[in-house]
Design a protein. Structure first.
Length: 184
């Protein structure tokens, strides 16, 4: 019995790890009017109902993809986007919203340029900030307007190690993004 106890413990640990890996799946991502290819190793945290995925944990890095109705006001500025806006006008609203977020300390725009996402004219914003604990983060934010919605794809990661480590995988995700219901 004593000789089989270590084997039994090893089997128990292996089964627990397999169960935890099953929880780190992509099965519970919300339905969306877009498709995207997600690289191996990325998973969705259970506690969110958003299209949010991570590789090493959402406090280290994450990718968030959103579809936002144009008539919905932003939280901090109360501004709204319009379907007739140019991409740089939309980028200005996003920058104003981010700069007004009291949780983003030392917010700094590094780059604000035009970009194409699935053939749509949009923008790319690269920015950095610190959280309340003083940790430094960097975010690459793509956005565009299509029909009655604003779409955004963002990659946020701890600047020191994770941002550069996983940026290529985010670019693969962004390049695979396709609208499945074209309304504009």
């Amino acid at each position: 019995m004593r000789k089989s106890l270590p084997l039994l413990l090893c089997l128990l640990i292996i089964c627990s790890c397999a169960s935890a890996a099953k929880d780190r799946s992509l099965k519970k991502l919300p339905d969306a009017d877009f498709s995207v290819a997600i690289p191996d190793g990325w998973w969705k945290p259970q506690y969110t109902d958003r299209y949010l995925i991570t590789k090493d944990g959402p406090y280290l890095q994450y990718v968030l993809i959103q579809r936002r109705p144009l008539e919905k006001s932003f939280r901090y500025t109360q501004k709204k986007m319009k379907s007739s806006m140019l991409p740089q006008e939309a980028a200005g609203i996003i920058i104003d919203e981010l700069a007004s977020d009291r949780f983003l300390m030392n917010f700094s725009v590094i780059e604000n340029t035009p970009a194409k996402i699935d053939g749509q004219a949009g923008f790319k914003i690269l920015f950095s900030y610190k959280d309340k604990k003083g940790s430094q983060f960097k975010t690459l934010y793509y956005g565009f307007i299509n029909g009655g919605a604003f779409y955004n794809l963002r990659y946020c990661a701890a600047e020191r190690h994770y941002f550069d480590k996983d940026i290529a995988e985010f670019e693969q995700i962004k390049n695979s993004f396709k609208l499945t219901d074209r309304t504009g």
